[in-house]
Structures are given as C-alpha cells and as structure tokens.
Design a protein around this ligand. Structure first.
Ligand SMILES: C[S@@+](CC[C@H](N)C(=O)[O-])C[C@H]1O[C@@H](n2cnc3c(N)ncnc32)[C@H](O)[C@@H]1O
Length: 185
C-alpha cells in the first residue's frame, strides 16, 4: 500500500466530525482535503504551506470538493504558523500531517529543511491532543531528503525515550523507500 493511503487510514481512525486538524505541508492539498472531509463543517483544518502555488492548489482542490468552509489556509513557514497556533490550541489538535520534501510538479527549489522541520515538530508535539496522532512522511531519494529523514528519526527516537509511541512504515518495494512515522503520546 502507498504510504499516503496508509496515512489516510490513520486519519480515518483518529479524526471525527467536529475535530481540529493541521496539515503542516499542504502542497497540492490531498491531506488537507482528506482531513476536511473527516472533520466536517463543524470541525476545522489549518492547512499550511510556504508557497503561494501550494496554497492556491489546495484552495482549488477544497473548493472543487465543496470542503473549503471548514479550512483556514496559512501561507508561511510551518514552524512560525504552529508557534502562533500554540497560543490558542495547545493539546487541542487531533491529527497533524507533515509530508516532507518539495511540491510535486514544482522546480524542487522550495523544499522542507531540517532546522525548520524540527522546530515545527516541537510545536506540533505541544499542539497534539493526548489521544491524537502526528504523521510524518519523508522521501529520501531527492537531494537533502535522506539527511532530513535522519534528523526526524533522531527526533522520534528522543520522543520514544520520553515515553511516546512511535511506529514506522517503510515499503520494501522501493530502492530508497519513503518512510512514515506515526507518533502518539
Ligand atoms: C511533499 S509536498 C506536500 C504534499 C502534500 N501533502 C499534498 O498532498 O500534495 C511538501 C510541501 O512542503 C512545503 N514546504 C517546504 N518548506 C516549508 C516550510 N518551511 N513551511 C511550510 N511548508 C513548507 C512545500 O512548499 C511543499 O508544498
């Protein structure tokens, strides 16, 4: 099974009508839309991306599916956006996704970087509801991808030592497989 499908299964298992969710790397909006469908119009989804093109693509996808009402799209760095959300939503977010790398179909010049990603993960940990789930997918085949995944792995291991439950999924078919971390408290 593709990791994005697996991530969506985790979202289905955790998100309910009325919940709050965050897509920290909205990209083309696939995860934002999935979250919006699951939380319904009484819930709320924050979709964050640093690129205008990604915010526009996500808004188009949400609007086409009639799911934009319950979404707030934030253009900017996810660490900064999550820091701001911490002011009102600490321990309130039921599901969060990070899909690391670059916008599919873009020139790859804008991609997630370890320092911002780790800073964002620290805020994500504070935002997560005690029964929530944090999903981080990393692609390791592109330049910088493997290095970034090692930083995330170290972050996950440190949380595991602190008592968090961490699962990993790596499809064996690929030569350099992507990896999905599932973090729960
Ligand atoms: C792999 S794509 C996400 C794909 C997305 N989940 C989808 O369904 O299409 C990674 C995204 O992260 C965004 N990004 C890179 N650095 C970022 C940052 N510091 N803060 C927020 N978004 C960032 C990129 O613009 C890109 O759209």
């Amino acid at each position: 099974m593709h990791l994005t499908e697996l991530a969506h299964q985790y979202l289905e298992a955790h998100l309910h009508i009325g919940d709050l969710a965050i897509d920290a790397t909205a990209g083309n909006g696939h995860d934002t839309l999935k979250m919006a469908e699951l939380v319904g119009n009484t819930g709320k989804v924050f979709g964050i991306d640093i690129q205008t093109a990604a915010i526009e693509a996500t808004l188009t996808r949400l609007t086409d599916a009639n799911q934009s009402e319950q979404c707030q799209l934030i253009e900017g760095d996810h660490a900064d956006a999550l820091a701001a959300l911490c002011e009102h939503h600490k321990s309130n977010i039921t599901a969060m996704t990070f899909n690391l790398g670059y916008l599919p179909g873009s020139d790859k010049s804008v991609q997630t970087k370890p320092v911002a990603t780790l800073r964002a993960l620290n805020f994500a940990q504070q935002l997560l509801h005690p029964k929530g789930v944090l999903l981080v997918t990393a692609y390791r085949g592109h330049e910088g991808g493997l290095e970034e995944s090692k930083h995330v792995e170290a972050w996950m291991l440190a949380r595991k030592v602190e008592g968090a439950k961490i699962e990993t999924h790596e499809p064996t078919a690929n030569r350099i497989p992507p990896i999905l971390w599932v973090y729960r408290t």
